[in-house]
Ligand binder design. Structure first.
Ligand code: GLU
Length: 471
């Protein structure tokens, strides 16, 4: 079927001047999903016009964060600063059309006008030269270019999330679009770039809603079609207040370092402000299929680490053992101090699913995984050492002898051997199992003990039990 739907083009337009907390990645995700849903394009524009405050580190952090989240953009990232000539050209065009005018006011004059407006409770509109002629200015005096805002009537924006929002035009100031040094202002650059890049939909934080009315006037003045706007509510802390660091106002790399998986982050950020019925676990494929702006919530979303942990646990459990192993390999090799040997890898592949079962963040897996490695004598946690005091080492020596006699190293046989040993010693099963667990895991968490012993193998298990006597 032939469709005449225009292609959807979305964009993420970060300013690399300040720390970008988790709200940025959510904006990326929504723009990305919208583009992917419609088979359109998702573009990236770095708003680096503020040369003094923009840093390469901030740009790298943004690109790295997006790559880690697996939210790819189409084409090359565009530098806004590189397009200053084009912005200036549009400012001059607006001047020629009479939609903008030259302002020769000095900064002292502007300050005085601002103070006077404040004192009389009026709006400062920056319009000192709106009705004056250029010929009144001193020869060669510097000037900025200001937009001639409409004074009558009102401007209404139909926002895809906020609905219809209206301002009185009398509230809009004749903002500067080109400074006296010839550089464009942010307000002009955003509009020109979005237009030139063919952006059809803008999803961004609702802190930009006020800018939208001012930007709208540039579209009007140029006779350009404005894009669909969707201003999404900001993310708050669990207490409903502004998001603090403690409550999650961290860069995406901090989440990576805490051991969250990209797929879990995407799922969590998706649900943080968007819903599809009661669905909590939503794969990226489903999200692409289902995403629409209609289901973006109007209320501020609340960041909740517990929910994120639960979702992350789900995604960890769903990783296959090979993927789990490759995720933990670096950290694990660092911890055990050697490159993993084949026997260790084989044990890990068998043992990791049980560790993943209990995990919320990746370190929950990594920290326990060393129990499957060759690290004898095993270091013991305080609790494990306590459980192995007194005559326990001797008892473990006896268990080792018993297990040495097992010919078929398999969980049920190992279990039977320990059972009969406990019976012969007239000990409750727990009195044997508990120190065996401490001796073999060193106090690390594992799944079912006998299954863990089966995975470790006969030689390693016996070795670990006997190490206690040697110690
Ligand atoms: N550069 C702006 C910011 O980082 C975003 C502008 C926009 O999305 O229109 O806040």
């Amino acid at each position: 079927m032939q469709t005449d739907m225009p292609t959807v083009v979305t964009r993420f337009a970060p300013s690399p001047t300040e720390f970008l907390h988790i709200g940025g990645p959510r904006t990326v995700l929504y723009n990305w999903l919208l583009a992917r849903h419609f088979g359109g394009k998702f573009l990236l524009r770095i708003e680096d016009t503020d040369k003094k405050r923009s840093t390469n580190e901030a740009i790298d952090a943004i690109l790295e964060g997006m790559k880690w989240l697996e939210l790819d953009w189409d084409g090359d990232a565009i530098s806004q600063a590189g397009r200053a000539e084009r912005h200036a050209e549009i400012a001059r065009e607006l001047l020629e059309k009479g939609k903008a005018y030259k302002c020769f006011a000095t900064s002292e004059e502007l300050t005085a006008a601002r103070d006077a407006a404040r004192a009389s409770g009026g709006n400062f509109r920056g319009d000192l030269w709106r009705d004056r002629d250029e010929s009144e200015a001193p020869e060669g005096a510097p000037y900025s270019i200001r937009i001639r805002m409409p004074r009558e009537g009102e401007t209404t924006i139909s926002d895809a999330v906020q609905g219809k929002v209206t301002v009185q035009n009398s509230n809009l100031d004749d903002m500067i679009i080109l400074r006296s040094d010839g550089t464009p202002t942010y307000m002009l650059a955003v509009v020109v770039d979005d237009h030139d890049m063919g952006v059809t939909h803008i999803v961004r934080g609702d802190d930009h809603l006020n800018n939208a009315f001012r930007q709208h006037q540039i579209y009007e003045a140029m006779g350009w079609t404005p894009p669909v706007l969707a201003h999404i509510p900001l993310i708050h802390g669990p207490d409903g207040k502004k998001l603090s660091k403690r409550h999650g106002a961290l860069g995406v790399e901090a989440y990576r370092d805490m051991g969250y998986l990209p797929a879990a982050m995407r799922n969590y950020l998706l649900r943080l402000g968007w819903s599809h019925g009661d669905d909590e676990i939503i794969s990226t494929e489903q999200a692409i299929e289902w995403f629409s702006l209609e289901n973006v919530g109007k209320g501020a979303a609340r960041f909740d680490f517990d929910k994120l942990d639960n979702l992350n646990g789900h995604y960890i459990r769903n990783l296959n053992p090979d993927a789990l192993l490759s995720l933990i390999r670096n950290d694990l090799e660092k911890e055990v101090g050697h490159t993993l040997e084949t026997a260790e890898e084989e044990r890990l592949i068998k043992g990791l699913p049980a560790l993943a079962e209990r995990a919320k963040r990746m370190p929950d897996v990594t920290e326990n995984a060393s129990l499957f490695c060759n690290v004898r004598p095993l270091s013991l946690t305080e609790n494990a050492a306590k459980a192995l005091q007194g005559d326990m080492p001797a008892l473990m020596g006896k268990v080792a002898n018993e297990l040495e006699a097992v010919t078929d190293w398999e969980a049920s046989v190992i279990k039977a051997a320990i059972f009969s040993f406990a019976e012969a010693e007239e000990l409750k099963l727990g009195k044997v199992m508990q120190p065996v667990r401490a001796a073999v895991t060193g106090g690390r968490q594992c799944g079912d003990l006998v299954e863990t012993l089966e995975i470790l193998g006969q030689e390693e298990t016996i070795g670990r039990l006997r190490d206690l006597i040697a110690a």
